[in-house]
Design a protein around this ligand. Structure first.
Ligand code: BES
Ligand code: MN
Ligand code: ZN
Length: 492
């Protein structure tokens, strides 16, 4: 799908041929004097068009516009959230029409608020995305060209570029998360990472079972040992700034399928555990977006990837393994495997002397209970890092919410047979999982995003969301804005 940004008032947009023109009309909008604006003014005055977000007025080939179908839609206060509501409503109504929409013109009436153009672009992409990879009669997305029209394009240029880069990343993340586990093995994920490294600023290294054994990643290996699929430890590097600049490390949980292992899961909805590599997919997506946007930052992506399977060789409840950090772990529940692959990846991250490490994981069902599908769980040992991630989530409309890490929550992880157990009780399950990870993060500022509730949707709309690529990209790009200022201050 091809996006372009143009300087056009609604009247100018109405003069362009397209399959559909969608005009976003905010509360208090004062239409101009041209013929198209007069039509909008008349509809507002008559009460046929309301400016409440998502209220629609559909027109067919009106004399005042060149588009086949014209949809006037209220955007309320014009905030990113209301823009999302409005665009979803308009596209939903247009979708029911035949023929399929190929060329869309989206016109902002009035000056868009900060974040509104980004919300519009991302909503159009999200709404028109179609998964095709494993369907024999692939009918993909029909929408091919989207023009975003604002009165002054120059003011929205950066935001627009960020949005289209985010879309590329989100769609890559969706693609890999959506692929069934037999089409998205650890080896396949490693190939996807290698393909990203065709970009001049991105490099990739893939470690297999032998290299991982040499690193003594005993926790990661314990999860992988029940599967016929060999594990992969994927290392991606994006270099957009001088080498001396400490990188941010992203660690993505890459369980390509989570049966639970010997502590096997119930059958209902087990298919959804193909999404258990959504953290890994988001890391791939971020690198894709970095390649498009080329910000002046350094980023390392680490993906520990394997299947969690029950088998004669599988790890058993009660087994004790030694992690890369040297800490021994009693694996009381083999279904708490995410923290086991992540803890060794976190130890590996130390070698980069990172300025921050952020792990992204579909870690706990408890986080789904706590926050549902609206906000990802955010845990951090650094107030500054937590604040930056929270802000990035707000800016990108990819929300998160900070959760506590009080030491008292670690009580239940005590083991009689190892340094730590891999599970505590049912209470506060998202937090106790984070407390387990925290034991491996003493050497750097760290944050953990539990995306179990936000990475995919269940039911009729079953599918990956591509979250939290938007949040992560925004966080990384915002660093670029801060760093030069900090460096200047240091030099002075
Ligand atoms: N991948 C799951 C977490 C999950 C469950 C995500 C449901 C989305 C929906 C994870 O590996 C897991 O199984 N966690 C267990 C931990 C428990 C055994 C302490 C869980 O949440 O039940
Ligand atoms: Mn599990
Ligand atoms: Zn899992």
């Amino acid at each position: 799908m091809n996006f372009e940004l143009k300087s056009l008032e609604p009247a100018g947009a109405a003069a362009q041929p397209c399959d559909a023109l969608v005009v976003l009309v905010p509360a208090g909008y004062k239409p101009g004097k041209d013929a198209f604006s007069a039509l909008v003014a008349q509809a507002l005055k008559a009460g046929d068009l309301e400016t409440k977000a998502g209220k629609l007025l559909a027109l067919y080939r009106p004399a005042q516009a060149k588009g086949t179908r014209v949809m006037l839609v209220g955007v309320g206060d014009g905030s990113p959230r209301e823009v999302r509501l409005a665009v979803n409503a308009a596209l939903g109504a247009l979708r029911s029409g035949t023929p399929a929409l190929k060329k869309l013109l989206l016109s902002f009436a009035g000056t868009p608020l900060a974040g509104a153009v980004r919300a519009a672009v991302q909503t159009v992409a999200d709404n028109s995305y179609v998964y095709t990879t494993t369907k024999s009669k692939a009918e993909g997305r029909s929408l091919a060209r989207v023009t975003v029209a604002v009165a002054q394009a120059a003011g929205c240029k950066d935001e627009f570029a960020r949005a289209t880069a985010a879309v590329a990343g989100i769609e890559l993340a969706k693609e890999w998360a959506n692929r069934p586990a037999n089409h998205a093995t650890p080896t396949h994920l490693a190939e996807a990472a290698r393909a990203l490294a065709r970009h001049p600023k991105i490099s990739c290294q893939v470690l297999g079972p032998r290299e991982v054994a040499k690193l003594k990643m005993g926790a990661f290996m314990a999860v992988a040992q029940g599967s016929e699929q060999p594990l992969r430890f994927i290392v991606l590097q994006y270099q957009g700034a001088p080498k001396a600049q400490a990188p941010t490390v992203l660690v993505g949980k890459g369980i390509s399928f989570d049966t639970g292992g010997i502590s096997i899961k119930p059958a209902a909805e087990m298919d959804e555990m193909k999404f258990d590599m959504s953290g890994a997919a988001s890391v791939l997506g971020v690198f894709r977006a970095l390649g498009e946007l080329k910000p002046a930052v350094n980023v390392v992506g680490l993906i520990p990837s394997c299947e969690n399977m029950p088998d004669g060789r599988a790890v058993k409840p009660g087994d004790v393994v030694t992690s890369m950090s040297g800490q021994t772990i009693e694996i009381l529940n083999t279904d708490a495997e995410g923290r086991l692959v992540l803890c060794d990846a976190l130890s590996y991250a130390e070698r980069y002397q990172p300025q921050a490490v952020v792990d992204i994981a579909t870690l706990t069902g408890a986080c789904v209970i706590a926050l549902g599908g609206v906000r990802s769980g955010l845990f951090s040992t650094s107030d500054e890092l937590a604040h930056q991630l929270h802000q990035a989530g707000d800016a990108a409309q990819d929300l998160c919410w900070r959760m506590p890490l009080d030491e008292d929550y670690a009580e239940g992880l005590k083991s009689n047979f190892a340094d730590v157990g891999n599970v505590a009780g049912r209470a506060g399950g998202a937090i106790t999982a984070a407390k387990f990870l925290q034991r491996f993060t003493a050497k750097f500022p760290w944050a953990h995003l539990d995306i179990a509730g936000t990475a995919w949707k269940s039911g009729a709309a079953k599918g990956a969301t591509g979250r939290p690529v938007g949040l992560l990209l925004e966080y990384l790009v915002a660093q670029q804005a801060q760093r030069p200022a900090a460096q200047r201050a240091r030099k002075a």
